[in-house]
Design a protein around this ligand. Structure first.
Ligand SMILES: [Zn+2]
Length: 70
């Protein structure tokens, strides 16, 4: 057995695209903001939103974001 396949990618739960892995099951802030299937998932998404927002801001493709310079 070698390593598991598909490490570093995932299928986005928002748009369904194969995308670089994120901790949020979504490829982007836009997809993260999509309505969730259940109230529980919706609540979890709301609670995770600040951390997810920070993640997507710092990982946005093609965007250089100044950070840590507050
Ligand atoms: Zn997506």
């Amino acid at each position: 057995m070698s390593g598991p396949p598909g490490v570093g990618i995932m299928v986005c739960a928002g748009c369904g695209q194969v995308t670089p892995w994120t901790p949020w099951d979504r490829c982007s802030q836009e997809c993260f903001d999509m309505p969730r299937a259940t109230p529980q998932e919706q609540q979890a998404a709301i609670e995770a939103a600040p951390a997810a927002y920070a993640y997507f801001m710092s990982h946005a493709p093609g965007e250089e974001i100044d950070e840590g310079l507050t």
